[in-house]
Structure formats: structure tokens, C-alpha cells
Write a protein that binds this ligand. Structure first.
Ligand code: NAD
Length: 332
């Protein structure tokens, strides 16, 4: 999509949304951010404001309340990122999280249909549930645990979002693309809702123990948010991506124990690493995945994108964004 288009970013004051807003402004678009600031912060948009001037509009609202306003839109495209995010938050507020993830997505789809706008839905690797078939391919079956276990409701709510978006594509020709994001990390992510990397870096910088859940052998793949923002933009502007589901992230796998050790090396911290049973963090019956790794062939075929920022670089940038100095030794 060429510059000078009008693009709505829901959840644009959040972690990923704010980086995406900068990317879109940098490409010459006008951007409207709608965010209720439930987990996002207006301060995340400081750099975007400098960059975009009057091309950036911020509206503090839920998506559904905004969709009833006649003074907003039509926009050419919508990136729908607003959601209740993070296993911790969903465990703490299950009903509210489910409602946000389903009702607000339905509102975003209705808006896109009304405006004839292209729509990107930010889905999640949690959609795969507890599948053990690695790497996760978009066409794989999804496998969930019992509905009595709240943890799976996040993945199910995102799966429902996907069903709704794909139904609108088939029934009404909605130009929708589903991005299944894997672990995304970088500056502005907060550890409050259980996100592992900011938790580890905060602890390392404070000289506190890094708390690894379980034995730490569970593995994940972490992509830098600035790379992810590029892919989201590319996916929405690629016509042949419409109606498709795409894994988005990195396929470099690392165990959580190794991640903790890497954080200690990169920060030069002398903190210790402790192991905490899942039950003491999430309550009894909590199920986690041993490994999660995306098959990225679809994403690469359509966008040609390869990650540009290493995990080590991301850790240093997150540290710097937390106001910590990067010593020459740890930067080496
Ligand atoms: N961070 C990750 O690793 C990751 C992984 C998989 C999927 N995702 C998806 O990416 C998207 C962005 O996640 P994030 O990590 O930036 O989280 P975030 O919490 O920083 O961003 C979500 C934003 O949505 C806003 N929001 C929440 N409910 C809203 C509502 N009803 N109306 C308007 N705004 C609302 C929040 O205030 C926040 O700014 C989410 O859809 C999430 O499910 C993220």
C-alpha cells in the first residue's frame, strides 16, 4: 500500500501497536490509533507523535464504542491489535478477556466491511493450544485442554477471531489477513502480565533472582517487535495474502533457562536463577507447552522477510530503554 493512506490501528498505544504506528507513519500514511489504555500507555506514542505530527490521531476508546462514531473514518485499512494479552492477565480476568477478544474483534470486522477496508487480525501462537507437532504449521489441527482450565480460553478466543475474519472473507469478500504472532519482544513490553523477557531483564538490572517457571527446559522463539511491525505492514499490503493465515515471528528456538543465562550475560548482571513450580505462579492444574516453534515458510514466501535483529541486540535495546547503561563488556 503506497503512502498517504489512512490506517486505523486498534491497540496502537500498546507494545506492538506503537511500533507498528511508527512504521506506518514512516511510510507516509495517516494513522488513527484507537486504544482504551487498559494495558497501553499514551507515552508509547511519544516518538510517533514527533514523527507523524498531525498525521497521527489518538482516540481513547474501546473499538466497539468507536465503531458507532460517525466522525471517524472511513479508513483504507485496519490493523486490529487491541486485545487482552498475556496468560497472566487472562487467568486473572477470564470473563473480561474473553469479551474483549471476541466482541472487539467482531466490531473491527464490521467496521472493515462498512469501510471496504483491508483488515489484519493479530492472532496468536496460543491458537495451536497444546499441539506437540513441531514446527507449528498454519494448516495443523489445534488441540486444547479442558474448558475447566482457564488458560486455554485465550487461544480459543483468538481462534474464534480467526473464524469470524475468515467467514467474512468467504461470505463478503473482506480482505482479511490473519497474523499468528509468536513471542514478540522489544522496548516498551512490560513484564506485569507475565511476559518473560522484560521480567528477566528487570530482575537482572535490579540484582534480583530471575524466576524461571518449571525446569526451564521449555523452549520458545522470540522475534523483535521492530521486525514484526515490518511483517504486519507487508502482510496487509500484499493482495495475495488476503484470506490467509500466517505464522509471524522467529524460528530460532531457545529454552527459558538459556534465555535467563543470555540475559545475565548481556546485562552483565550477577543475579541468580531460581526455579519456581508452575502451580505456585498460576495455581494447580496449569498446563504449559514444552516447545513452541513456527513454520515460517508461508510468511517468507509472501513477504520475502528475514529477521534483522538478533535476540542479543533486542536484550541490549530493552535494557537501554529501561534507562540502564550497556557496558562495553556486555555489548561485546
Ligand atoms: N506480545 C506478544 O508476544 C504477542 C504474541 C501473540 C499475539 N499477540 C497479539 O498482538 C496484539 C498486541 O499485543 P501486545 O503485546 O502489543 O499487547 P499490549 O497489551 O501492549 O497491547 C494491546 C493494546 O490493546 C489495548 N486494548 C485492550 N483492550 C482494548 C479495547 N477493548 N479497545 C481498545 N483498545 C484496547 C490496550 O490498552 C493495549 O494498548 C494482541 O492482539 C495480542 O494478542 C502478542
Amino acid at each position: 500500500m503506497k503512502g498517504d493512506r489512512s490506517i486505523l490501528v486498534t491497540g496502537g498505544a500498546g507494545f506492538i501497536g506503537s511500533h507498528l504506528v511508527e512504521r506506518l507513519l514512516g511510510r507516509g500514511h495517516r494513522v488513527i490509533v484507537v486504544d482504551d489504555l487498559s494495558t497501553g500507555h499514551e507515552s508509547n506514542l511519544e516518538a510517533a507523535r514527533v514523527m507523524g505530527g498531525d498525521r497521527l490521531t489518538f482516540i481513547r476508546s474501546t473499538v466497539s464504542a468507536m465503531s458507532n462514531r460517525s466522525d471517524v473514518g472511513p479508513c483504507d485499512a485496519i490493523h486490529h491489535l487491541a486485545a487482552a494479552v498475556g496468560v497472566r492477565r487472562v487467568m486473572d480476568r477470564p470473563m473480561e478477556s474473553l469479551e474483549t477478544n471476541v466482541v472487539e474483534t467482531a466490531a473491527a470486522i464490521r467496521m472493515a466491511l462498512q469501510w471496504d477496508a483491508a483488515l489484519l487480525l493479530a492472532s496468536s501462537s496460543e491458537v495451536y493450544g497444546k499441539s506437540t507437532k513441531l514446527p507449528f504449521h498454519e494448516a495443523d489441527d489445534v488441540v486444547y485442554g479442558s474448558t475447566a482450565i482457564t488458560r486455554w480460553s485465550y487461544g480459543c478466543s483468538k481462534a474464534l477471531d480467526e473464524y469470524m475474519g475468515l467467514a467474512a472473507y468467504r461470505a463478503h469478500g473482506l480482505r482479511v489477513v490473519v497474523a499468528r504472532l509468536f513471542n514478540t519482544v522489544g522496548p516498551r513490553q512490560v513484564g506485569r502480565w507475565g511476559m518473560v523477557l522484560p521480567r528477566f531483564i528487570e530482575a537482572a538490572l535490579a540484582g534480583q533472582p530471575l524466576q524461571v517457571h518449571g525446569d526451564g527446559m521449555q523452549s520458545r522463539c522470540f522475534a523483535d517487535v521492530r521486525d514484526v511491525a515490518v511483517v504486519l505492514d507487508q502482510l496487509l499490503e500484499t493482495p495475495q495474502a488476503a484470506g490467509g493465515v500466517f505464522n509471524v515471528g522467529s524460528d530460532r528456538s531457545i529454552s527459558i533457562q538459556q534465555l535467563a543465562e543470555l540475559v545475565l550475560r548481556c546485562t552483565g548482571s550477577h543475579s541468580t536463577i531460581t526455579h519456581v513450580p508452575y502451580e505456585s505462579v498460576f495455581g494447580s492444574g496449569f498446563e504449559d507447552l514444552h516447545a513452541r516453534q513456527p513454520d515460517l515458510r508461508r510468511m517468507r514466501e509472501v513477504t520475502g522477510f528475514a529477521t534483522t535483529i538478533s535476540l542479543e541486540q533486542t536484550i541490549r535495546d530493552v535494557m537501554a530503554s529501561m534507562g540502564a547503561c550497556v557496558s562495553k563488556e556486555s555489548a561485546a
